[in-house]
Each structure stands twice: as structure tokens, then as C-alpha cells.
Design a protein around this ligand. Structure first.
Ligand SMILES: *Cc1c(COP(=O)(O)O)cnc(C)c1O
Length: 405
């Protein structure tokens, strides 16, 4: 073994995010001093709560007319599905490779997830999607931009248009990303975002829903628990949009509060700058892996896509089971926390479709093959660019020692 390089070691914490910025902390303190934490608790009719202000600013950021803040990203997806008008047992197309809150949301609102295959670039397989549109009769795609990888959105939108299929976007990993300079989340009828700690802005928990559709947004606002206070929403459709549905729509409380909104607003202003910082970290890590490009495969970005990667994925197809285990063990010994998507027993955040036993079993051989040798590593902004280059070098070093055996 090469002692010089095998001594490379990393000591950072892969789940440590940056501190909440000072101005956000001060905004939170001001909310607490005011005592008005509930989003509809305003001192006067003129006061715009932190939550309503966040909605205005995020709608503007997304270039969409309407925005609703709510309790979590998964809850935003449930709202979107219900606001769209999903019926009991209705099939909903979605990615076979995604995170559990996505099929969970479909299940929660009584729909039936129909899972679509994954390409080697870790995006939805459009050919398989088209086949499933024909065989399932589904009228809705819940597209998950899993790990921030953007499929050719123009080709996808054309395909959906041809078949009369609507799209709701799960943008939990694409806040700040664009395709052909159009913000991710503007291609579908509604889009859902998460402000959970491991996404691009951090309020512990939180969700955002955007749309240009009056009726769907009015329904989502009432569903989210607006009581009859929907007129306190600013980034919302006019009052007329609510008249027909306000009494026919159940209140399923899942609101955001002013404390969380207060800490998100300053973070939103830093989002684009942080997007660059994430890309610098990704490039440093990927640059190290590319020196070993005959054994380590990185997903390729579409030329029209600008992504905001807060993690990196790579595949090592030639590994056998023993090498796979040694790779994970050796990386762990050197302080590098690698997630493997192929484990029989899912660990921590589950992303393997066959572990969601509440679904009707489906068979996705291409996704299976990809996940068996797919690895994932978080890139928190607490890591420097040099840290990320070092982690990449450690991965390459471990791969080389294993491949030489
Ligand atoms: C995090 C995440 C969500 C939403 O998660 P919440 O924890 O409910 O905010 C949705 N989709 C994907 C792909 C995610 O990673």
C-alpha cells in the first residue's frame, strides 16, 4: 500500500451545516420579542407577517405569481397533489429514484405511485415514462429532481404536452437551479420546495409551494389551514378565487410560523451566492474523481442545466460485493462518510424504491443496476473547497488501492 497517500485523512463533519446568519438570528429575536409567532397574528391590518413576506419574496425569486409557505417539503407535495384534485386510487407517475417523502406524499393523499426508471445520469427515463403514460393512464407526473439532476426539461414538457399529462415538480434539491435560464419549478403546474436543514435554506423544517394557477393555489391555501384568513396572504390569488371553494375544502393544518419565515428571508437573499459556493465544492470533488474516470463514473449534466449540488453522486460499476464493502469501510476509516444506495437494509434516509413496502411491488431493473454501485456524499458549506478536493482524493486513493488488489 502506498503509505504516503493512505495517510490522507479527513476530520470534518458531513452533517454540519453553517450557522444561521446573524441578520436571520436578529430577525428571529424580533419575532419572539413581538410575541406574534402565528402567521395570522398581526398587530394591524397593514402589518405583513414574516411568513407572508417570505411568500412574496419567494414568489418573486421563482418568477411565479403565488407562493404558500407550509410545514415541510413533504407536506407541500401533499398539498399540491390535493390542490391539483387527485382522486382515490389515481395513478401518479414519479421517479423510481427519489426520497421517501415523495411516494409517501402520493400514498398519504390516496394516490398510487407508478415508478419510472432512471438513466445513468440519475434523471427520469423519458422512454420508460412515455410507455408508462400509455399503460397506466396516469394524468399526472410528480417529477422529483432527485439530488438536483435536471432532465432535459424541454423534451419532458413536449412529451407531457403530447399526452395531456400535468406535472408537479419536487424541487427539494433544485432551489436556485435553472434550465435554459428558466428557474427549476416553473415548468410544471405547481412546484414544491423544502427548507429542511439538509436542503439549500435551513429552518429545521419547512416547505414552500409555488404556482401561477389561481384555483389550485386558493385550494392549497385553504387546505394548509388558513381558516377564513386567506386574505392575509399577499402572494395569493384574488378573493374571488376562494369563494367557490373555501367551504368545500377541508382545513388540514400544516402552516409555517413567523419564526421560521424570519430566519429564511435573509437566507433567501444569499441563495444564489451559496449556489456558486456549492458548485465550487462540487467541482473540486468531481475534479479529483475525473482523474480516475475509467473506473469512477459521474452523472453528466445537461448542457442547458445550471444545478446547485449540495451533494455528489458517483458510480463504480466494476466493484464486486467485497470491494464495495471494503470501499465503504476504508472511506469511513479515513473520515469520509459515503452513503451507498444499494444496501439490502435501508439506512438513514431511504431512497431505494423496493424498501417502500407499502407500495405495490414494481420492477425497475435499470434503477436496480444503477443503485447497486451508486455512492453519495454530502457537501455542506462548512467544508472548504480544499476540503472537498481532499475528500475526492481520498475516494480515488481508496478506489486505486482496491482495484490494484
Ligand atoms: C427532502 C426531500 C423532500 C422533502 O422533505 P421534507 O423533509 O419533508 O422537507 C422531498 N423530496 C426530496 C427528493 C427530498 O430530498
Amino acid at each position: 500500500m502506498n503509505t504516503a497517500s493512505s495517510s490522507l485523512h479527513f476530520t470534518g463533519n458531513f452533517t454540519q451545516q453553517e450557522a444561521i446568519p446573524e441578520d436571520a438570528i436578529n430577525a428571529a429575536i424580533a419575532v419572539m420579542q413581538g410575541g406574534r409567532l402565528h402567521r395570522y397574528n398581526v398587530a394591524s391590518a397593514e402589518e405583513i407577517s414574516e411568513t407572508a413576506a417570505l411568500e412574496i419574496e419567494f414568489a418573486r425569486y421563482q418568477d411565479q405569481r403565488y407562493c404558500l409557505a407550509c410545514a415541510s417539503g413533504g407536506y407541500a407535495i401533499q398539498l399540491a397533489l390535493r390542490a391539483w384534485g387527485i382522486r382515490n386510487d389515481e395513478p401518479v407517475l414519479t421517479n423510481g429514484f427519489t426520497l421517501s417523502p415523495v411516494p409517501g406524499a402520493i400514498q398519504a393523499v390516496g394516490g398510487k405511485p407508478v415508478l419510472v426508471e432512471t438513466t445513468s445520469d440519475l434523471v427520469i427515463d423519458l422512454e420508460h415514462l412515455e410507455n408508462l403514460i400509455k399503460t397506466s393512464g396516469a394524468k399526472l407526473l410528480l417529477l422529483s429532481h432527485m439530488r438536483g439532476h435536471l432532465v432535459d426539461m424541454d423534451a419532458l414538457c413536449a412529451l407531457l404536452e403530447t399526452h395531456g399529462v400535468d406535472m408537479i415538480e419536487d424541487c427539494a434539491h433544485t432551489m436556485g437551479a435553472t434550465f435554459n435560464d428558466v428557474k427549476s419549478g416553473c415548468h410544471g403546474i405547481m412546484a414544491c420546495f423544502s427548507s429542511q436543514t439538509y436542503k439549500h435554506i435551513n429552518s429545521g423544517e419547512g416547505g414552500l409551494l409555488t404556482s401561477n394557477n389561481d384555483e389550485m393555489m386558493a385550494r392549497a391555501i385553504v387546505l394548509s389551514g388558513s381558516y377564513m384568513l386567506f386574505e392575509r396572504h399577499e402572494a395569493a390569488p384574488p378573493a374571488e378565487a376562494f369563494s367557490a371553494l373555501k367551504l368545500a375544502t377541508p382545513n388540514c393544518s400544516g402552516r409555517m410560523d413567523n419564526l421560521r419565515a424570519a430566519i429564511l428571508r435573509p437566507q433567501l437573499r444569499k441563495l444564489d451566492e451559496n449556489g456558486t459556493r456549492w458548485n465550487d465544492r462540487y467541482d473540486a470533488f468531481a475534479g479529483a474523481l475525473k482523474e480516475n474516470s475509467n473506473t469512477i463514473e459521474l452523472p453528466e449534466r445537461h448542457a442547458a442545466a445550471y444545478e446547485v449540488p449540495s451533494s455528489i453522486q458517483f458510480r463504480i460499476p466494476h466493484f464486486d460485493d467485497a470491494q464495495n464493502q471494503l470501499f465503504l469501510d476504508e472511506c469511513a476509516k479515513r473520515g469520509v462518510d459515503i452513503k451507498w444506495f444499494g444496501a439490502e437494509e435501508p439506512k438513514a434516509y431511504t431512497s431505494r424504491y423496493d424498501s417502500w413496502k407499502y407500495l405495490e411491488p414494481s420492477s425497475l431493473p435499470r434503477t436496480d443496476e444503477l443503485l447497486t454501485r451508486l455512492y453519495d456524499c454530502r457537501l455542506p458549506l462548512t467544508f472548504s473547497v480544499d476540503d472537498c478536493a481532499l475528500i475526492g482524493r481520498i475516494v480515488v486513493d481508496v478506489v486505486q488501492t482496491l482495484s490494484a488488489d
